[in-house]
Design a protein around this ligand. Sequence first.
Ligand SMILES: Cc1cc2nc3c(=O)[nH]c(=O)nc-3n(C[C@H](O)[C@H](O)[C@H](O)COP(=O)(O)OP(=O)(O)OC[C@H]3O[C@@H](n4cnc5c(N)ncnc54)[C@H](O)[C@@H]3O)c2cc1C
Length: 363
Amino acid sequence: MPNQPVIVIGAGVIGLTVANKLLQSTCYDVTIVAGHIPDTIFSASMRSPKWASPWAGAHWRASSSSKDKLLQQMEIQTYNEMLDLAVNEPESGISTATGVDLYENLTEKPWYSTMVKDALNIPTKELPPGVSHGLQYTTLLINVPQYLVYLRTKFTNAGGKIVCRALRSISEALDVTGANSERLPVIVNCTGLGSKYLSDVADKAMYPIRGQTVLVHAPDAKRTITRIGAAFGYTIPRGDGSVILGGTAEKNSWETEPDSDTTTTILQRALTLEPALLPGDASAWSTKSMNERVAALEKSIISVNVGFRPMRDGGVRLETESFRDPSSGKQFNVVHCYGHAGYGYQSSLAFAQRVCELVDEAT
Ligand SMILES: Cc1cc2nc3c(=O)[nH]c(=O)nc-3n(C[C@H](O)[C@H](O)[C@H](O)COP(=O)(O)OP(=O)(O)OC[C@H]3O[C@@H](n4cnc5c(N)ncnc54)[C@H](O)[C@@H]3O)c2cc1C
């Protein structure tokens, strides 16, 4: 009996992670079908609302509220798995660093403070103006371009196949891989915002949260620092001398071009958070005006980026749905896993495991 075919639609961090986990079972032949596939070069011409993953920070900073137990589980499980990856597979582009979360107004104790490594509350006298609470802990840096290529390479090296094609519907994936009608594949839908447009999904709960970021060369900045509140901003080193500075979170904006005023605001806020973004002696820079410091940091800009977080009202859609092949009339199962908003990396490994369990049940 041949293996059960599985088609994963999507090659963002979710599709690639799911496809790799599925291949760890010897029961499945796995093919990825996607409109965008990670390559070694990521350029502005590749910006697309249908592909968030190359434009993420990314680091691990819990997004779930104290009430959202499912997402908490996904985030902390992925945290622990990524700690292992950082130690055992550094070629993945995942590494550890000190993470600092600065809260302007803390409404509840961050649930993860008792679960992450090396957590400590920052003494009030060391907090910057306007910040009421600070938490420091060991976080994970994800060098996004490197991690995506690592996942793609790992998948193809293990025998996985990739087809580059944009689909109009989920059912169209059956034609792409020439799936034989004797044994229809299980399809896993990891299309992020694409699920809004697939004709047989058409999920109206999906919308973008636009994020503009600036990638700079700043090898002295080693910590990830996030300020949560009105002066939202973050600095995320990628472990290779480059640092992502953010950023915006604009609901329902589809604008693919960066805004220059926003770039300046991002640089100003980042410099307030992390003086080490500028080279040399920090005390010498502290005597300079903000305009002078921004001008100096502008010289280190590698790129200004725009990405679209795949947001879904109601949270991630993780469930199995029965479909009918329009040409043969036969039924097949679709496991949906999309809508990871701003936490796709930091929850990816745990969501992928749940998808594998649903695929096992569906076959
Ligand atoms: C500025 C910014 C910062 C972020 N920072 C972080 C962070 O620090 N930590 C974190 O965890 N997350 C972060 N995120 C969120 C993270 O990037 C997303 O949650 C994640 O990338 C979503 O991955 P995905 O695989 O679901 O979707 P995507 O990456 O969007 O991939 C979708 C895939 O589906 C394919 N597809 C779509 N439609 C079709 C179709 N019709 N036919 C064929 N293929 C199709 C696409 O081609 C693509 O391959 C950030 C995002 C942004 C924008």
